[in-house]
Each structure stands twice: as structure tokens, then as C-alpha cells.
Ligand binder design. Structure first.
Ligand code: 5GP
Ligand code: MN
Length: 327
């Protein structure tokens, strides 16, 4: 029985002795889930393809993800002197999203990209990108043989699906997504704890800064856009870092009547990060792409060199343009 259901993947990995896996900067649930799932799978079955070493790289992430299987083995820096036969990029829409781990991509003999971002520019030797699918974890599920998926691998895959679908609410959730989620549950995973601890619970400072962002939010374009901003001074006040701001933009999206939520924070190096969420009419991925970023139709982002006001002044007209066309 082959290890992977996709011939090209099986072929590329056959004979590869050293394999690296990495995901995008500021890893989210789907990124952590897909990297840990692929890592566990290759650790268990890679030897059938001749694999001797599998390493997984991700930037540091929050302690809430410590319950995800396999994460203790993740390397959090690019200081390891390694060269790989195959490098697998997961949940990354473009090469720059690999951050420091790009060095392993560039020195690898062969590269594979597995992803679901509509803005993916097919930057690897082999690209398996399916934009309509809910999550990279859902893409990966299809590449694995069901009988080989252990409970721990199922936990990682479920994590990514839950996070990228916003708990099965986003329109990327298909009947197939639900069937896959069901089949992962039948592996005996503790999904209640997984969802509570990685998705729902927040530390008190995280909750408070979200409250601050909501209080400070403003409506633009007759209430069709909601915008909020958190600066580094505010992060200091609440003793949080930018990774503690996840979820704020999704909360802003819930404002009744808005089409787009824009959340901006300072990166601390002179640049700012813009996160956008759309309720359907506006394709925010095309807007993010114009500024060198990317993402999905309803969730996208980019980094901007300039002030918050400048960013808003530049982004709002693009949203307005799309809204007027949709009228
Ligand atoms: P978030 O707003 O939660 O950071 O990201 C939403 C979506 O947009 C995710 O799928 C994420 O991968 C993508 N995204 C966010 N920021 C960037 C960016 O700077 N570049 C690219 N290519 N994608 C981004
Ligand atoms: Mn994803």
C-alpha cells in the first residue's frame, strides 16, 4: 500500500533521506495542525519510502497549542545546519511567508508546496494547491491513507480544520469538510478540549486588549467598514504581544451591517500589519495582494510600511470600489 494517495507526492518523497516541513510566519491553527500532522505521518511511515530524518520548523506560537501532538519536536529557529533532499511547505501562499526557514527551502534539492490559498503563486517545484478547500489540513487529509491516520494525527488535522473554518462557520466549510471532521472524530479525538483550549479560551490580558480594540473601533463608509488599531504602547500596557491579538478581527467582523472589518497593529519594527475580513461582497484577497500580501476571498492580510492613517486611506478606496461595483 502506498503511503500517499497522490502519486507525485509518493514519487517525490521516495528515496528522500532528509525531509524538512515548515509553515508560515506567525503560525495559526491550520499551519500548526498541518505541520504536526505531516510530521507525525512521515515519522511513522516515511521509512517505507527510505526516509531517515524528518524535521519540522515553525516560528514560536502560543502555549495554547502545546496540547497538539508532535509540537514538542518542532524547531523554532533556522539556526540548525541542515540541508534537505525535500522541503515541504505547508499553508504558505508565497515563499516570503516561510520567514527565516526560507534557507532550508533554497538549499533543498526538491521543494513541495501544499496549500489552499487562492493567492498562492506556485513557488515550489511541485505545487499541490486547492483554493476552494477549507484548510491545508483538509488538503492533507486527502493525501493520507485513512487507515494510517492515528488518533494523534487526527487531532492535528481536526485542529486545522476547526481553526480555518472558524468552527465550521466560514463559507469554505463544505459537506466534505463535515464528513472529514466526522471521520476524524471517529478516531477518538478529544475535540471538545481541543476547541476550548486552542480556539475559545483567552488569557485575561488577551480578552482585555480585545475589549480595548472593540471600544476604539470606528465605522467608515456609512457603516460598511469597521476599523480598529492597536499600537505597541497599548500592547505594553496590557503586557501582550502581537500573537495575543488573534481573533480580534474576527470579532470586529460581527458588527451588524458591515461588509469589511479591518484590524491594524504595529509590528514594532516600523511596519504595521493589516488583517481584513469580508462578509461576502468584497474580495479582500485581491486587495491584500495589491500590497504584497495575500490570503483568501474573505480573510486576507498584508504588512505595510507607513502610518495607520496612510494604510486606511489606501485600502478604503479599494473596498469602496468593489462595493460600488456590487450595487
Ligand atoms: P490574518 O488576517 O488572520 O493574519 O490572515 C488571514 C489570511 O490571510 C490567512 O490565510 C493568512 O495566511 C493570510 N495573510 C495574512 N497576512 C498575510 C501576508 O502578509 N501575506 C500573505 N501572503 N498572506 C497573508
Ligand atoms: Mn490555512
Amino acid at each position: 500500500m502506498s503511503v500517499f494517495t497522490l502519486d507525485v507526492l509518493e514519487k517525490e518523497l521516495t528515496g528522500a533521506k532528509k525531509v524538512a516541513i515548515a509553515g508560515h510566519v506567525r503560525p495559526d491553527g491550520d499551519c500548526i495542525g498541518s505541520c504536526s500532522a505531516m510530521y507525525q505521518y512521515l515519522k511513522l511511515y516515511g521509512n517505507e519510502l527510505g526516509m531517515e530524518q524528518v524535521d519540522v520548523y515553525l516560528e514560536t506560537f502560543g502555549p495554547e497549542f502545546k496540547i497538539v501532538p508532535g509540537v514538542d519536536d518542532i524547531r523554532h529557529s533556522a539556526e540548525y545546519e541542515e540541508t534537505y533532499d525535500v522541503f515541504i511547505s505547508l499553508d504558505c501562499s508565497s515563499i516570503d511567508r516561510l520567514g527565516d526557514f526560507i534557507r532550508y527551502f533554497e538549499s533543498a534539492k526538491r521543494t513541495i508546496c501544499i496549500d489552499h490559498h487562492i493567492t498562492n503563486d506556485n513557488f515550489a517545484d511541485v505545487n499541490h494547491v486547492i483554493p476552494d478547500v477549507s484548510s491545508t489540513c483538509e488538503v492533507i487529509y486527502d493525501l493520507m491513507s485513512y487507515d494510517r491516520i492515528t488518533r494523534d494525527i487526527a487531532t492535528s488535522l481536526y485542529l486545522g480544520i476547526v481553526h480555518d473554518t472558524g468552527m465550521f462557520r466560514h463559507s469554505s466549510t463544505s459537506d466534505k469538510t463535515m464528513k472529514i471532521a466526522g471521520s476524524l472524530i471517529s478516531k477518538g479525538i478529544d475535540f471538545t478540549r481541543l476547541i476550548d483550549e486552542t480556539f475559545i479560551q483567552k488569557t485575561h490580558p488577551q480578552m482585555k486588549i480585545m475589549g480595548q480594540a472593540l471600544v476604539d473601533s470606528r465605522l467608515l463608509l456609512d457603516g460598511r467598514i469597521v476599523v480598529s488599531f492597536i499600537g505597541t504602547d497599548m500592547m505594553k500596557t496590557y503586557d501582550v504581544s502581537s500573537t495575543d491579538l488573534d481573533g480580534i478581527v474576527d470579532q470586529l467582523r460581527m458588527v451588524k451591517g458591515i461588509e469589511v472589518a479591518v484590524f491594524i497593529y504595529e509590528n514594532g519594527n516600523g511596519t504595521i500589519k493589516i488583517s481584513m475580513r469580508s462578509n461576502g461582497i468584497v474580495d479582500v484577497s485581491t486587495i491584500a495582494h495589491k500590497f504584497g500580501g495575500g490570503g483568501h476571498v474573505k480573510a486576507a492580510g498584508f504588512t505595510f510600511e507607513g502610518s495607520v492613517n496612510e494604510a486606511i486611506e489606501k485600502v478604503v478606496p479599494y473596498i469602496e470600489e468593489q462595493l460600488s461595483k456590487a450595487k
